[in-house]
Design a binder for this molecule. Structure first.
Ligand code: URA
Length: 312
């Protein structure tokens, strides 16, 4: 009789408290035995009364199976896997539904959106600042410390556009004040510009995405109207897009940054030059040379379209 079950199967039967043919019966574990008592008490406390009775037996079995280290290996007879009763099968949580594409993610609440967009497009600089600071159009409004409206001189002729605030910007509520900001200031200095005098700096997103992840499509969709209104009010003479997100969002294209560099684009008739984001340049310093070429080109485009003051 005993050769029907191999050693592991006999151990399994014993763990379940079942009789092993050819061996003396195993007594159920006493409640006060150290190994079982705490587990039972813990399991019971977590299960609501109404479901406790239906879950009791499998849960107890699972606990024993887990204690025996045989959670995923059902007993076999002569190497043939046996069907496992559904209640013995380990529960595998379903994968959360992944969005197929960014555009599948929910857009901002539709009913409030036209009114919000209308308010943004009619706002002055101060109202726009207030709207940004109070914005809850996407979930980033829940996780940010500060919304970051921008930095620099709103009367400057140059607009630099970044992607989204980082940790330091989120903490201080000001654009480009972290390591990337220091590099940006050096880039401006090399061009003969300062943020105090010549430049305003804004971002596509006004709130920091958690862990600096890439902005999501619906977040850009919600936030871009703020930047568009900023540009309408600032009327810069030239725009420099820092990185792919800024360039693609402003130009409404999906073209890779490598192809967008080296040309003069137009945003509502304002010349727009694309260069690498300072954070990318910090990671890839060899690309700084290319960024410098972009910035020199921006200076040329700016100079070519600006009448010298003497002529005005
Ligand atoms: N990166 C950005 O794109 N913007 C900031 O303000 C800071 C870092």
């Amino acid at each position: 009789m005993s050769e029907i079950f191999n050693a592991e199967q006999r151990r399994f039967l014993k763990l379940l408290g079942l009789a092993v043919p050819g061996e003396s019966p195993v007594l159920p574990l006493a409640k006060n035995q150290a190994a079982s008592a705490p587990v039972q008490a813990e399991t019971k406390a977590e299960i609501p009364e109404s479901t406790a009775s239906s879950l009791k037996a499998p849960e107890g079995i699972r606990t024993l199976r887990a204690a025996a280290g045989i959670l995923s290996a059902p007993p076999t007879v002569a190497g043939v896997p046996q069907p496992v009763a559904p209640e013995l099968q380990p529960k595998i949580p379903a994968e959360p539904e992944a969005a197929a594409t960014l555009s599948d993610l929910p857009a901002p609440a539709e009913s409030a959106e036209p009114q919000r967009l209308q308010q943004i497009s009619a706002s002055d600089w101060r109202d726009l600042q207030i709207m940004v600071h109070n914005c809850r159009a996407c979930s980033l409004g829940e996780t940010r410390q500060h919304a970051v409206f921008g930095a620099g001189n709103p009367r400057g002729s140059w607009l630099f556009v970044g992607e989204a605030p980082g940790a330091e910007e989120d903490r201080r509520g000001e654009a480009f004040v972290g390591r990337g900001g220091q590099l940006l200031d050096n880039m401006l200095k090399a061009m003969g510009l300062t943020r105090q005098q010549d430049v305003y700096i804004a971002n596509v997103l006004k709130c920091r995405p958690p862990n600096n992840r890439d902005p999501l499509g619906p977040e850009v969709q919600s936030c871009l109207p703020f930047l568009q209104r900023q540009i309408a009010l600032l009327q810069p003479r030239i725009i420099v897009a820092l990185g792919r997100f800024a360039a693609q969002s402003l130009l409404q294209v999906t073209t890779p940054i490598g192809q967008l560099r080296g040309q003069t684009h137009r945003y509502q008739n304002i010349p727009l030059i694309v260069t690498y984001h300072p954070a990318y340049l910090l990671r890839s310093p060899l690309e700084k040379r290319k960024a410098w070429e972009d910035l020199q080109m921006a200076v040329q485009v700016y100079s070519a379209q600006s009448l010298p003051e003497l002529f005005q």
